[in-house]
Each structure stands twice: as structure tokens, then as C-alpha cells.
Design a protein around this ligand. Structure first.
Ligand code: WQD
Length: 344
């Protein structure tokens, strides 16, 4: 084994896919998750894919005593990947205190534990949302950080600053900050995938749930943007590709390859795809006709944003490989599996 990695939020969408890739790469994994936005089924799915059952603690990173117990019981943790956070943009506007308390406090607790237990490495799950509406696309890591458009986005910005400040204080901490664009799709085995609680906030689960009949109709939030077909443009990145970037980041930190103690990477394909284009791609690969209608814009939506992934490609040694057609098909196969299991 290459060592033990702690993954917070490891039963969640991106977390579970990352656990699979860590295990495939030879790491032993400890998951902390409070199951507030996922279920233990993910652990079964992970085990069916890799044959390895991760160590699992059902707990909240905000519970410092419980968190300390994990580190006491796993003294060989070599690094952390921190996913656990509340992440619905719209909900964060309605419940700012929940977002600031959960998202900031959980990171502060982890950084405390790292110092108490001499764990040096943390990969932080951030988001392209920190850039706001880009002045130009594609957008690279030197682009200015804009005032956050939501408490969710603000917690990502503040957490990045907390990490920089603790490193600047001379603490024995190194971090790689990964700014995701739009993670979509599911593991090709259809054993794990995206399963948001309640009505999906994000586009792709809403598409697949509409196609399978769980949702009546998809609302497309605006087609009057300054884009080729009027709908918003995003950089949709396959979740397995995204997971593999986390393994590269852990490998890089354990090998102490970087001079800087905090590195930032944009994780995207570098291709902008519009909402309407994505719907057409989905209809083609799923051989279904999607019931959707154009409605008004959604408050806070960015018009267009896609990544310049050159730094991740050259420095991290990672490149997104999956094409959008196969990615949308993987999302559909996952939805069909959920139906087959009677889950949705
Ligand atoms: C994408 C596009 C919508 C739903 C957010 C966060 C980001 C990350 C991913 C956590 C937009 C349109 C959506 C629908 C629609 N979050 N849409 N109908 O807002 O780009 O990014 O989620 O990791 O940090 O900012 O993702 O999937 O919500 O929306 O038309 O029912 O799809 O208007 O243009 P978003 P999204």
C-alpha cells in the first residue's frame, strides 16, 4: 500500500469516485461522512468496483472530539482530501449561517487535527465559482478572484485564504487546491454516481431524472445570453477524470515535488458546451426526447465559463480524457441502474 488517505465527504458524488481511484492507485482509504447528502450505499458500490472496503466513520467534521478519534485510531494517515461541505448555491443564499458554520468550521477543525497529529498534506475541493463571471474565457489560475455571488462561493474563497494563511504562519502544512468546473457523469460500472437529495439543483441529474420520468419537465434557465445559442456555457468535466486528478495531487504532495507549499489547479476539459448543446448530446446518446422548456434566467448564474487546463496538464500531469458523449451516456446508465434497483 502507498499509505492511508483520509477522504472527508467520501460517500458523496465526487468523493466516492475519488475513493475508487485512490484504491486503484494503491492507497488505503478512510472515509468520514455524516451522510447528510449521501448514503452508505456508496461504500457498497466502491467495494463492488475495487474489491476493497474503505474504513468508514459516520460523523461530522464539525465534531472535534470525534474527528480527533479518527486521527488517534489512524496514526498512519499521510494526507487528506477534503470534500465534506454544503454545496447548493441557491440553498446557501437562503441559509448563509449553515454554510459558513459548516464549510468554514470543518476546515478549521481539520487543520487543527493536522497540526496535532503531524499530518502535512491536504487537497482542498474548491470551485470555479471563485472566479465569478470571467472577463475572458478560457480562464486560468491567474484570473482574478471576484466577489462571491453566493455564500457557498464565499466559503470556497475564504477556505482557500485560510489554507494560505496557515501555510504562511509556518505551520507544517502543504496544500493543493483544486478548482472544479462542472463535474458530471458517473462511473462506467454504474455502481456509483450522482444521487442528490430531493429535487436536483444541478443540470445533469435534472436531465436524467426528467428523461426517466421522475421529473415532469426540465426548465432551461434562459436562452437570451450572449452565447451562440443563447443558453449558458459551461465546462462539463467527467467525474472519473476529476477523481483521477485528486490521485495525481496526492501523489505530487507525498513526493514533495512542489517548491510552493500551496498550489492551485483548474480542473476542466478546456471546452465550453452550452446547456442546449448538452441536452442535444444527451438526447442523441440516450435515444430519448427530453421534455424541456425555456424559462427565465436563474439568479446568480454565470453566463459562460470554461477552463484553461494547461497548468494541470503540464504541472500536475493530468488531462481530462473522457468525451462529453460518453460522459452523458454514463449519467444515463447510472439513472437506468437507479430505476432497475427501484431507488428512483
Ligand atoms: C449549469 C447550467 C444553469 C439546472 C454549480 C456551482 C459549482 C458546482 C456545480 C459544486 C446553468 C443551467 C441548471 C436546471 C438549467 N457546485 N440549469 N436548468 O451553477 O454552473 O455550478 O454547480 O461543486 O460550484 O456553482 O451548475 O448544474 O446548477 O447549472 O438550465 O434545472 O445549467 O442555469 O447555466 P453551475 P448547474
Amino acid at each position: 500500500m502507498k499509505g492511508k488517505i483520509l477522504v472527508t465527504g467520501g460517500t458523496g458524488y465526487i468523493g466516492s469516485h475519488t475513493v475508487v481511484e485512490l484504491q486503484n492507485a494503491g492507497y488505503e482509504v478512510v472515509i468520514i461522512d455524516d451522510l447528510s447528502n449521501s448514503t452508505k450505499d456508496s461504500i457498497g458500490g466502491i467495494e463492488r468496483i475495487t474489491g476493497q472496503k474503505p474504513i468508514f466513520y459516520q460523523m461530522d467534521c464539525n465534531d472535534l472530539n470525534e474527528l480527533n478519534r479518527v486521527f488517534e485510531e489512524n496514526k498512519d494517515i499521510r494526507g487528506i482530501i477534503h470534500f465534506a461541505a454544503s454545496k447548493a448555491v441557491g440553498e446557501s443564499v437562503q441559509k448563509p449561517l449553515l454554510y459558513y458554520r459548516n464549510n468554514l468550521n470543518s476546515l478549521l477543525n481539520l487543520l487543527d487535527m493536522m497540526q496535532q497529529h503531524a499530518v502535512e498534506n491536504i487537497v482542498f475541493s474548491s470551485s470555479c465559482t471563485v472566479y465569478g463571471e470571467p472577463d475572458q474565457n478560457p480562464i486560468d489560475e491567474t484570473a482574478p478572484i471576484k466577489p462571491a455571488e453566493s455564500p457557498y462561493g464565499n466559503t470556497k474563497q475564504i477556505n482557500e485564504e485560510i489554507i494560505r494563511d496557515i501555510v504562511r504562519s509556518g505551520a507544517n502544512v502543504r496544500s493543493i487546491i483544486l478548482r472544479y468546473f462542472n463535474p458530471v457523469g458517473a462511473h462506467p460500472s454504474a455502481e456509483i454516481g450522482e444521487l442528490p437529495n430531493g429535487v436536483p439543483q444541478n443540470l445533469v441529474p435534472f436531465i436524467t431524472q426528467t428523461a426517466i420520468g421522475v421529473r415532469e419537465q426540465l426548465s432551461v434557465f434562459g436562452d437570451d445570453y450572449n452565447t451562440p445559442d443563447g443558453s449558458c456555457v459551461r465546462d462539463f468535466i467527467n467525474v472519473v477524470d476529476l477523481a483521477k486528478a485528486h490521485v495525481e495531487a496526492i501523489d505530487r504532495m507525498l513526493a514533495k515535488k512542489a517548491d510552493e507549499k500551496v498550489e492551485v489547479f483548474n480542473l476542466g476539459t478546456g471546452n465550453g458546451v452550452s446547456v442546449l448543446q448538452l441536452i442535444n448530446i444527451f438526447e442523441k446518446v440516450s435515444e430519448t426526447k427530453l421534455n424541456y422548456k425555456i424559462v427565465g434566467r436563474r439568479e446568480g448564474d454565470i453566463e459562460k465559463i470554461w477552463a484553461e487546463p494547461k497548468k494541470a496538464n503540464t504541472v500536475l500531469g493530468w488531462t481530462a480524457k473522457e468525451n462529453i458523449e460518453d460522459t452523458m451516456l454514463s449519467a444515463w446508465k447510472w439513472q437506468l441502474k437507479l430505476r432497475e434497483k427501484g431507488i428512483m
